[in-house]
Design a protein around this ligand. Sequence first.
Ligand code: NAD
Length: 358
Amino acid sequence: MTSKIAILPGDGIGPEIIDEAVKVLNCLQANHGLDIEMESAHIGGAAYDESGSPLPQATLDLCKASNAILLGAVGGPQYESLERDLRPEKGLLGLRSELELFSNLRPAILYPQLANASSLKPEIVSGLDIMIVRELTGGIYFGQPRGIRSLEGGEREGYNTLVYAEHEIERIARSAFDVAMKRDKKVCSVDKANVLEVSELWREVMIRVSKDYPEVELSHMYVDNASMQLVKWPKQFDVMVTKNMFGDILSDTAAMLTGSIGMLPSASLDQNGKGMYEPIHGSAPDIAGTNTANPLATILSVAMMLRYSLNESVIADLIEQAVSDVLDQGIRTQDIADGGAYVSTREMGDAVVKALQK
Ligand code: NAD
């Protein structure tokens, strides 16, 4: 069956990097039998410029009708003075909540060819391949009540609520175990069960769900230890699953282990495996329009899309192998060139397509 893919280039370098990802998809259609149709729409600042809304109804309708969404990036300095509801980021957040994308997959992969880009010793990080599964639509960022209130005597206090219902924990657990089944079958659940009741319940539900995945090895780690272990011995991890706020922090630490923001893809999935795929970096206004952005994070987002939403693991492997081949050939964009020679955004996309055609 033909899969429909919504293509949302967005702002800044978004259109440039998305062009290269589309090139890769066209090649897979022509040479590897990938059965897809693509349709583009505006989001973020580009959508605001066109229609006055960062998430127009037509874009939302297209995304709802698609099997997967590929997004470039949103945002830019020209939109920063807009009122909050009209800012580009609102388009992205709106899409995540409208589509109930509760499971955020953030891989931290360091290709051995780029091991020197990390601030950690190459032997600690070379070949690193961790997947952080972060709960994205619940927890303390959304819990009620929240606010700032005045106390007797006039002092104010701020308060937020960390709350997870069992069904929210269960669905993120299943998401993590499903991901682990496609990888090395190890899940480390990160919590703070020694202090927080919500973590006690989290741990209990993780253990219960793990019974449905007898092949997957489940372990538990307190979040403070997890942050230490990530920089001490990151290769011990396969899949890490955690709450919204812990995941927010740990996934940025893990991303920085690799030292190359232009290389990291991400996915946000709903209950049925439909997902939005995007590089972890932003719209990089400082280099937009210069044909120097690294398109590999977006191309690797395509690989994630094929693996997690379209069930095309074999073709996903081909993309990842093509990226590795290109790095083997010494082809680099400016951000990963370590001061050496580099190619343009378009030349990097062409190199991946050429490697795929071999
Ligand atoms: P950024 O990720 O856009 O850029 C940080 C630095 O990394 C810049 O120097 C940039 O040139 C570089 N960089 C980023 N992607 C690159 C790539 N593919 N190739 C080469 N270099 C790359 O973060 P920022 O500067 O903090 O934010 C810029 C804008 O992006 C802001 O408006 C912000 O709100 C937005 N943003 C959007 C998203 C998203 O769309 N998901 C995420 C983060 C930031």
